[in-house]
Design a protein around this ligand. Structure first.
Ligand code: 13P
Length: 251
C-alpha cells in the first residue's frame, strides 16, 4: 500500500497583512513542487477565499477550525457548510492550540469531525501528548483517547477523508523536534491501534503525518521513516523553506 505523501502548512494567526499573505502565495506559485506530494495550506479564515483564488490549483486549502452546526446563532464560528460552499476542501480539527487555549475536548473534536465529513470536507485530525504526559509514559494512551472519541462515531468510509496529524505538544513552536525514532514509534503504535480499533485496511491506508518544529533540515530524515506520511508545518510554512519540506520526499 502506498500512501501519498502529504504536507500541510498551518499558518495559524499569521501573517498580519494581505501583502505578506500574497508574498507567501507567490513563493508557492513560483516554486517547483513535487507533483507526488499532496499540499494543503491553512491560512486564517479571513484569507481563505482570496487564497483559493490566488494559489495554484495543485495546492489545496484548509480552514484551521470549524463548528459542527451548519448555521445559526454561533457568533464567531464558521460552519462546514460554509466552507464547502466556498470551495474549501479541508479543515484542521483538534489542533493542540484549540484543545489547550480554547478548551476543546476530544468529544467536541469528534463531533466537529463527524459534521465536517458529513458535509463533504476532508479533515486533518490532530492529536498529541504534552511533555508531562510523555514523561509519565502516557503518550500512547493520550493519542488513543483522542482518536477513540471519533472512532466511536465513525463509519468505514470516513477514513479516506481523514489525515491524522501527530503533533506532540512539547514539539510545537518550541524548536524541539521529536527524533525520527520517537515520531516513528508513535506513528507505528497509532497505526497498530487503528488496525484493532477500526480495521487493518484503514490502518494501512490512512496517512499519519508529523507536526512539531519541522524544518527543511530535519524533514528529510523524518520523511524516511516508514510510518511518517508527511508533515503539518507551523512556523516554517511561513518561510521559503516550506518548499523544501514539500519536496522532502523527493530530495
Ligand atoms: P511548528 O511547526 O511551528 O512547531 O507548529 C507545528 C504545528 O502546530 C502545526 O499545526
Amino acid at each position: 500500500m502506498t500512501r501519498q505523501f502529504f504536507v500541510g502548512g498551518n499558518f495559524k494567526m499569521n501573517p498580519t497583512s494581505r501583502e505578506a499573505k500574497k508574498a507567501l502565495i507567490k513563493v508557492l506559485n513560483e516554486a517547483t513542487l513535487d507533483p507526488n506530494t499532496e499540499v494543503v495550506i491553512a491560512p486564517p479564515s479571513l484569507y481563505l477565499i482570496p487564497v483559493l483564488e490566488q494559489v495554484r490549483k495543485e495546492v489545496k486549502v484548509a480552514a484551521q477550525n470549524c463548528y459542527f452546526k451548519p448555521n445559526g446563532a454561533f457568533t464567531g464560528e464558521l460552519s462546514p457548510a460554509q466552507l464547502k460552499d466556498a470551495g474549501v476542501p479541508y479543515v484542521v480539527l483538534g489542533h493542540s492550540e484549540r484543545r489547550s487555549l480554547f478548551h476543546e475536548d476530544s468529544a467536541l473534536v469528534a463531533q466537529k469531525t463527524r459534521a465536517a465529513i458529513d458535509t463533504g470536507l476532508s479533515v486533518i485530525l490532530c492529536v498529541g501528548e504534552t511533555l508531562q504526559e510523555r514523561e509519565s509514559g502516557k503518550t500512547q494512551a493520550v493519542v488513543e483517547e483522542q482518536l477513540k472519541a471519533f472512532i466511536d462515531i465513525s463509519k468505514p468510509e470516513d477514513w479516506s477523508k481523514i489525515v491524522i496529524a501527530y503533533e506532540p505538544v512539547w514539539a510545537i513552536g518550541t524548536g524541539k523536534v521529536a527524533t525520527p525514532a520517537q515520531a516513528q514509534e508513535t506513528h507505528a503504535l497509532t497505526r497498530a491501534f487503528l488496525a484493532t480499533a477500526v480495521s487493518k485496511e484503514v490502518a494501512e491506508s490512512v496517512r499519519i503525518i508529523y507536526g512539531g518544529s519541522v524544518t527543511a533540515s530535519n524533514s528529510k530524515e523524518l520523511s524516511n521513516q516508514p510510518d511518517i506520511d508527511g508533515f503539518l508545518v507551523g512556523g516554517a510554512s511561513l518561510k521559503p523553506e516550506f518548499v523544501d519540506i514539500i519536496n522532502a520526499k523527493k530530495a
